[in-house]
Design a protein around this ligand. Structure first.
Ligand code: ADP
Ligand code: MG
Length: 572
């Protein structure tokens, strides 16, 4: 059940909760005691005329006020601290969980969804975690406590109050429902505004190249206007709520005053009791307000919690199996034995692939786009699990190794290099955590990145911008190669690593890449055949599987698919 899971998150903060809750209970009791004290003051102390007692009681009251003030501070601060702690725990759990997910998970989820769960949803949950149990119990306690005492003072007057209370509850609840829908409408609109900003900022280059700035501004104005309207409505509802609740409570006060005056005239109610009653009315309003606020907070927080659980409950589908061993020192002999695989079980991409790659060999994969070359390569690091057959490295099935040790033996350089916001040094160092400065410099040198970096005023400390925006395609690729030199894996996968580059840049990168490929089992997926001349073997992949394999010139002589591809490319 959701609620049971929810309370699990209190466990690490049990002490905080107990201190917060106890303080809140004491505050509530003092709140209830105040009108009674005033009544005693008016009815007993004043007529007695004993000034020394009056002074003593006043000092006592002052002490109680100070205690109450301090405790209210404690409740407010510790309560929110509890909420933030729980929120932080959940956020960390979610992030950790997402880090452990497999490619399949990321294939199917929108970044924005994870973002909104990690921020908005968790804000709501944190608020509920804090206000939920505390406010609920305290409100129930003060409400019934106040009524109990009012009945004890004067049952008739208490009954009159009781008649009005349902209306008050109805009014506050009704207003809260209205507010709730107004706020959620506003949240929807702000999400639209955020989406617009995100889109046109990350797409700023496209916007400008189409000179669509005016169009973007107008679109934004529209959404911003809707947001303004929604927020205005929310504030209007809020203003109406506050004033109508004010009116109702004053009305109730008036009724109590008039009827109380009558009872006083009849000799059934003392002055002190009347004052105490009026004071109790204020005590009574608070819990009603709190409960109805909870009625709003609860569904919001719980909805957020369900969405949070939805993600947390998705078990990562690629995990170490029991007894998986951490492997070191793999040579890089890769075998595919009758491998069947499809991203979707019903739509196979690979149908019984057999492959045998020897350690140190350079193997080129060519073939039409969509044939499954990238897929074959992403099965080796176990980014996806195969449905049938087996993949082994040095004779060990990859499912018998820990994911971490398997992947530490494999390096991948792709067409679109992903770099992180930060410096050149940080991005190279990403290849191996804890690498020394010398190692980083050596890696940069091997990747032919050194000359470029040395010309920069800030050298290795140069910020490369979001996703390496300030670097050219060739520079990014060289950074990726440096990162790979640092990782130094025995198995290397180059997936169209140079396809996006112009021929001139490609030649330079090619040099760095062939140095990187030395002494490693290297799988090259290449579009331009000129880049794979030196491969030990060429494998032609088509939608029907492996169609041809052999040496470059061997395949040309064979005069099949490869020879045909070759002819088309070199005619151009
Ligand atoms: P290649 O690298 O040879 O161009 P891929 O291995 O990328 O081909 O793709 C092979 C097939 O698998 C294609 O039909 C493609 O649409 C599909 N495919 C690739 N990646 C995914 C994915 N993450 N989810 C679903 N289908 C995919
Ligand atoms: Mg591909």
């Amino acid at each position: 059940m959701n609620l049971k899971h929810f309370f699990k998150y209190y466990k690490p903060h049990k002490r905080l909760f107990i201190v917060d809750f106890t303080s809140a209970v004491i505050v509530a009791i003092l709140e209830l005691a105040f009108p009674v004290a005033v009544q005693y003051f008016i009815d007993e102390l004043l007529p007695s005329g004993e000034w020394s007692t009056i002074v003593t009681v006043s000092i006592l009251l002052l002490a109680v006020f100070l205690l109450s003030t301090f405790l209210q501070y404690v409740v407010s601060f510790l309560g929110h601290k509890l909420g933030i702690n729980i929120e932080t725990d959940m956020r960390e759990e979610l992030f950790t969980h997402v880090q452990r997910q497999s490619f399949r998970f990321f294939d199917n989820i929108k970044t924005g969804h994870i973002m909104s769960r990690i921020t908005n949803d968790l804000f709501d949950i944190g608020e509920l975690a804090h206000h939920g149990p505390e406010d609920f119990f305290i409100a129930i306690m003060t409400f019934f406590g106040a009524f109990g005492i009012m009945f004890w003072i004067n049952p008739k007057l208490a009954l009159v109050t009781l008649i009005v209370v349902p209306f008050l509850i109805w009014l506050i609840t009704y207003c809260n429902i209205k507010m709730n829908s107004a706020w959620s409408n506003m949240y929807g609109k702000i999400a639209d505004v955020n989406g617009r900003v995100e889109d046109s900022v990350s797409g700023a280059r496209v916007v400008q190249s189409f000179t669509n700035e005016e169009f973007e501004i107008n679109r934004f104005k529209k959404d911003n206007g809707s947001f303004r309207l929604a927020k205005l409505v929310a504030y209007k509802v809020m203003a109406a709520t506050h004033s109508s609740i004010y009116m109702m409570t004053r009305l109730l006060t008036l009724i109590v005053l008039v009827y109380g005056a009558w009872l006083n005239y009849q000799g059934e109610l003392s002055y002190g009791e009347l004052v105490s009653f009026v004071l109790f009315l204020n005590v009574l309003i608070k819990p009603i307000d709190k409960i109805s606020a909870l009625l709003e907070l609860y569904p919001k927080g719980m909805a957020g919690f369900s969405r949070f659980r939805e993600l947390i409950d998705q078990d990562p589908d690629i995990v170490d199996k029991k007894g998986a061993k951490p492997i070191t020192g793999l040579q890089g002999n890769i075998t595919f034995d009758n491998v069947h695989f499809g991203y979707d079980e019903h739509k196979k991409v690979l149908n019984g692939i057999d492959l045998n790659l020897r350690a140190g060999e350079t193997i080129a994969f060519v073939g039409p786009s969509g044939a499954g070359k990238t897929t074959i390569c992403s099965l080796i690091p176990r980014f996806y699990d195969i449905q049938q057959g087996s993949i082994a490295i040095d004779g060990i099935d990859i499912r018998d190794m820990t994911k971490h040790s398997l992947r530490s033996h494999i390096g991948i350089v792709q067409q679109d290099v992903f770099l992180f916001t930060g410096t050149i040094r940080e991005n190279i160092a990403y290849g191996r955590q804890g690498a020394s400065d010398e190692e980083i410099l050596a890696a940069a040198r091997k990747a032919h990145l050194e000359d470029f970096v040395n010309k920069l005023p800030e050298g290795y400390e140069t910020q490369i911008g979001e996703r390496g925006l300030k670097l050219s395609g060739g520079q990014k690729q060289r950074l990726a190669i440096a990162r790979m030199f640092l990782k130094n894996p025995p198995i290397l996968i180059l997936d169209e690593a140079t396809s996006a580059l112009d021929t001139e840049t490609e030649r330079v990168i090619q040099l760095a890449l062939s140095e990187l490929a030395e002494n490693r089992t290297t799988l090259i997926i290449a579009h331009r055949l000129a880049t794979i001349r030196d491969a030990d073997r060429v494998i032609v992949v088509t939608e029907d599987g492996i169609a041809e394999q052999g040496g470059y010139s061997e395949l040309l002589e064979h005069d099949g698919i490869f020879a045909n591809l070759h002819r088309i490319q070199f005619q151009q």
